[in-house]
Design a protein around this ligand. Structure first.
Ligand SMILES: Cc1cc2nc3c(=O)[nH]c(=O)nc-3n(C[C@H](O)[C@H](O)[C@H](O)COP(=O)(O)OP(=O)(O)OC[C@H]3O[C@@H](n4cnc5c(N)ncnc54)[C@H](O)[C@@H]3O)c2cc1C
Length: 196
């Protein structure tokens, strides 16, 4: 059994300047106004709530989370997802899991035991002839899962606002703060109004 942390990384190689220019080009068609300071233009459309223009750009993130966070994330209907399938992937060699507890706490000890028991039962079932889609019945919610999420910048802003908030699950916030950090580094104007 392996215990890992949740994570998110941008898959696309992006040119931030080109992205801002594209948004400006699309946005300024409405008034046929001259192109100029793309960053300032993007800032002003966000401020005015004219966010449909942001839909012209989409990004893809690779996310590793547990099955519970995956279920929460995939509620975002305007994003596209492709998710590792427990019907086809065979976990008989080892389970990779994500713990909600810190190392060496009482909770961590119980967590490890439960995850180990699930791993053992899964392996026993597979060895006695069960298929992965049958044996998955014993897989725990803490099973680490790889997925790709693609969304346009408007939807990404929406997701970030909801899921970096203190009301969101700590592991969801961990993932979203990594996505927010990508924006802060590459496209800070898109997230100026979003706090981690
Ligand atoms: C802290 C927190 C706790 C939550 N707890 C629960 C819970 O206990 N139980 C539960 O079931 N869910 C829960 N959710 C999930 C929540 O109800 C939403 O399903 C999820 O956050 C997706 O949000 P959304 O619908 O705004 O976003 P998206 O699906 O990403 O949609 C983006 C936006 O598009 C628009 N939109 C999309 N589809 C429609 C539509 N059909 N009609 C009209 N407008 C639409 C809306 O403006 C929406 O905000 C929770 C979410 C959070 C953040």
């Amino acid at each position: 059994m392996k215990i890992i942390e949740p994570s998110a990384e941008l898959v696309d190689e992006i040119n931030p300047e080109q992205i801002l220019k594209k948004i400006e080009m699309c946005g300024k068609v409405s008034r046929k106004s001259t192109l100029g300071d793309a960053e300032q233009f993007v800032r002003s459309i966000i401020k005015r709530g004219h966010e449909s223009v942001l839909e012209h750009v989409s990004l893809t993130f690779k996310i590793i989370c547990d099955r519970a966070i995956m279920a929460e994330l995939t509620r975002h209907r305007l994003a596209s997802f492709t998710v590792e399938s427990t019907r086809y992937v065979n976990y008989k060699d080892s389970l990779t899991v994500i713990s909600p507890f810190k190392n060496d706490t009482v909770g961590d000890t119980f967590f490890r035991q439960a995850a180990y028991d699930a791993e053992k039962t899964y392996r026993d079932w597979i060895q006695s002839g069960a298929t992965p889609e049958q044996a998955r019945a014993v897989l725990p919610l803490c099973l680490a899962t790889e997925l790709y999420m693609t969304a346009n910048l408007r939807e990404l802003r929406h997701i970030l606002k909801l899921r970096t908030d203190k009301a969101a699950h700590p592991q969801m916030r961990q993932i979203m703060n990594q996505i927010l950090a990508v924006f802060k580094e590459k496209l800070p104007v898109i997230v100026e109004d979003i706090k981690s």
